[in-house]
Structure formats: C-alpha cells, structure tokens
Design a protein around this ligand. Sequence first.
Ligand SMILES: NC(=O)c1ccc[n+]([C@@H]2O[C@H](COP(=O)([O-])OP(=O)(O)OC[C@H]3O[C@@H](n4cnc5c(N)ncnc54)[C@H](O)[C@@H]3O)[C@@H](O)[C@H]2O)c1
Length: 326
Amino acid sequence: MDILWLDQNDVRSILELSAVMEAVEKAFEQHGKKKVQMPPKSYLYFDKHNGDLRTMPAYLEEQDVAGVKIVNVHPDNRAKGLPSVMALVVLNSTETGQPLAVMDGTHLTDLRTGAAGGVAAKYLARKDSHVVGIVGAGNQAKTQLMALSLVFDIHQVKVYDISTDRAEGFRGDMMQKIGAEIIVASSVEEVCGCDILVTVTPVREPVVRSEWIRPGTHINAIGADAAGKEELDPMLLTRAKVVVDDIVQASHSGEVNVPLSDGVITSGGIWAEIGEVIAGIKVGREDESEITVFDSTGLAIQDIATATIVYTAAKERGLGRSLSMF
Ligand SMILES: NC(=O)c1ccc[n+]([C@@H]2O[C@H](COP(=O)([O-])OP(=O)(O)OC[C@H]3O[C@@H](n4cnc5c(N)ncnc54)[C@H](O)[C@@H]3O)[C@@H](O)[C@H]2O)c1
C-alpha cells in the first residue's frame, strides 16, 4: 500500500490563495448546513515549554473527503529558528480508511487561516473598507493581509508589533505584494483607526481597548485559539455583532472563551457561525455603523478542504514521493 508524501515545496507549488479562499468558503457553508463531521480540536499542553499540540479531524460529507491535521503552537520557537506554528495533514480514504497522503501542513495552515479572515470580512466588513489595521506582524499576518487584498481595494495598512523589526520586515515584504501604503505604527491605538482590524498575536491579556474601536469597524480576531487566550477588551464584544467559526470550539478556545467563562457575555451574545451567514441562514452586517467581530479558532474542515486541493493536483501533476506502508 502506497502513501503519497508531499513536502512544503510541493504544497507551495500547488496552492493559490484565491483557490484556498473558495474552498474555505464552501467548507464553512457546508458547516453552516451541518454537512460536516468535526469533533472539536483536542489539545496537549506542554506548559514547561510554552507550547501545545492539537489534533484536528474532519469529514466533509458532500465532497466525501476526510483526514486529520496535527499542529503545534510554540510562540518562543522563533528564537530557535522555527515557525511558531508547524503542521502535518493526513488524508484518508473514506471508503477503506487507507491513508492516501501525508503532507506538510505549515504553509497550508498559513493560507487557510488567511483565507478564513478574507472570507469572513467579505460577509461582515463594510464594502467600502480601504484601511486595514494589523496587530502582530508574524506569519499569519501576511496571509491575513493577502486574503483581504483579494476582496477589498486596500489603500493603507497600519501595522503594530511589539518588535519594531518584525513590523518593519512585514512592511518590506508586503508593500510590493499588495501595492498599498504600509505604515509601521507606534501603538495598538493608532492601528485601531481603520475599517478592518486584524489581531493576530499570541497574547493572553487583551491588547485592544473597546474605546479605540469606532462604529463600522470589522475585526478579524485570529490569535486566540486556545483556552485562556484573548486579544480584545471583552467590553468590545458586548458592543459588537460576534460571529464565530464554530460555537463549540470558540467557546472553549476562541476570543469569546474568557469573556464567556467570566460571565461578561453569554452564549446568547454570539450572533452566528460564519457558515450560517454564508449559507444565508443568518444575516451578516446589517448597517454601516455596526461593529462586527469574526472569532476564528481555525477549523479542521478548512485544513481538509485545502489538503484536498493539494492531493488532487499532486495526483494530476505527478508530484510527491510514494512511500510504501506494507
Ligand atoms: N485562528 C486560527 O486559525 C489560527 C491559525 C494559526 C495561528 N493562530 C494563532 O495566531 C497567533 C499568531 O500566530 P503566528 O503564526 O503569526 O505567530 P508568530 O510568532 O509568527 O507571530 C506573532 C507576532 O505577534 C507579535 N506580538 C506578540 N505580542 C504582541 C503584542 N502584545 N502586541 C503586538 N504584537 C505582539 C510577535 O512579536 C510576533 O511578531 C498565535 O496565537 C496562533 O496560535 C490562529
């Protein structure tokens, strides 16, 4: 029995962000229509190493594709020359259970996370959004901005990171890619004067204050993806229409997890899952002054939908290396 091994070069040569956005949008829609199986992520916490490891299984019933991602988050990895987030995806045959492919999931994670932000903003942000604010200029920030640039006509980007070098590096990398003015800001407050705010840091205490956010802003809250993490002042959630990617997962590990357990908000304060908005079951933005928040924890269906693009194209193009299992 053979398994196809696809390394990061193979994955990079296949995946285009626009195709990943399409796949993620469809996967969210299927989730909204309850046509997926996706138990919540399970976590191992390596507290003494400031990191964790997650397993994320999913089955997209209409496409009949299934698999599991294994992914870590170790915020101190950069000093060791490694990305904070690294992943592996295994795709299985739904007919026999046979493992079909094992692939690098690191680049795939960056793209599918950016795609989720771009898709959510398409449904929740004002159409005339031109100014993007970014808090945290790491790996995920790049694909967040690239995905937004495929949906909106971005004129200006303001970026803040506790490391000015990182913010400067981000500016250098992204300026040519998206063709907009990029300003390195000196505070989070400065960044908050925008149409779409992206928070994408590993912080465990809020860094964005409610009073800094003006009416009409859309926020993609990406960084909080484990219990105890939060980036936004919980009072902001009481002023906003809050849309999560998955209610069970978000309640455990998303931006809403701490405000829910502290009783600042209740589950009734969560408007919808993004798939319900995409499927037309719930409305998205209703007026120009609404503040909207997309709470992304990252769903296994995003990974399996994206990995399926990679596997299908790799088979067509003869990419990857065949490994023998028995
Ligand atoms: N929602 C999802 O699907 C999803 C997917 C992947 C990663 N994540 C989460 O996103 C976060 C970022 O991941 P990454 O891969 O970009 O990590 P990264 O280490 O590459 O980047 C994080 C950046 O945040 C900056 N930062 C830290 N504290 C800050 C602060 N107080 N203010 C401003 N900037 C600050 C760091 O200097 C760094 O540049 C992590 O918490 C990760 O768990 C979420």
